[in-house]
Write a protein that binds this ligand. Structure first.
Ligand code: HEC
Length: 218
């Protein structure tokens, strides 16, 4: 295929995608195999952008809802009371948001409070990248990682957004002096192998990790 040909193809596929006619899947697959790796190409822009928007929506919903609920729980029952709210709601809410938004979503970290939040190998790599960016000052509120790839024979978009420690996190994730005694007691009870303390403001706490299924080749 000559260079001109592939450009021509790309233009056609973009039109097809935008118009919403026909099935550009075969073309996309041909182009993907020709483009190597999961990196973005202009041909995949429409599909990828839609998946990314889906991932962002789910992320905002999870983070926003959880934060809102924790704030409310702190006001109603104090910090220690909010620990038990978090303990029951964080996983449940991730599940609900995932179901409703058509994605898999969870929070991951290298220093877990809940062992269910341990990262897989891919997430580990991205977390260490975020860690390096934090150290070099490159990480900012708009930083995300987003990549189209194959896992278990299925095409997916993997999307990760960093979670950074702020002042109001310290009562439950800070050093020994930041965490009130009753909160410490609650944490010991719910999370006997808690590793998620000793943080300072501005440190990377982890990431929201989203997996969006894309069209596969059958
Ligand atoms: C009221 C106490 C409390 C506050 C305040 C709090 N957290 Fe947590 N955090 C928890 C608990 C409890 C868990 C474990 C939830 C679970 O079981 O899934 C947790 C888990 C997490 C996780 C998931 C990873 C893991 O270790 O399991 C992240 C990420 C996180 N918190 C970030 C934050 C950030 C960022 C803030 C501030 C904006 C914050 N937390 C404020 C109690 C708190």
């Amino acid at each position: 295929m000559t260079h001109e040909h592939s450009i021509d193809h790309n233009a056609r596929i973009r039109r097809v995608c935008v118009n919403g006619h026909g099935l550009p899947i075969l073309f996309l697959l041909l182009l993907m195999t020709g483009c190597g790796g999961g990196d973005q190409t202009t041909d995949m822009t429409a599909e990828r952008e839609a998946a990314e928007a889906q991932a962002r929506r789910a992320t905002e919903r999870l983070v926003g809802t959880l934060m809102g609920e924790v704030q409310q729980s702190i006001r109603a029952d104090g910090l220690a009371g909010a620990v038990s709210h978090c303990a029951t709601r964080a996983q449940e809410l991730s599940h609900i948001v995932g179901e409703e938004e058509g994605v898999k979503i969870r929070r991951v970290t290298g220093k877990t409070r809940n062992p269910l939040d341990a990262p897989d190998n891919y997430e580990k790599i991205i977390l260490s990248r975020f860690e390096a960016m934090t150290a070099s000052g490159e990480l900012n509120p708009t930083t995300v990682h987003s990549e189209v790839m194959e896992t278990d024979g299925r095409r997916v978009l993997r999307f990760l957004k960093p979670i950074v420690i702020r002042k109001n996190c310290l009562g439950c994730h800070g050093g020994a002096d930041d965490i009130p005694e009753d909160v410490k007691a609650q944490l010991r009870e719910y999370y006997p192998s808690d590793q998620a303390t000793g943080y300072r403001e501005g440190e990377l706490r982890g990431a929201v990790s989203v997996l969006v299924p894309l069209q596969s080749d059958e």
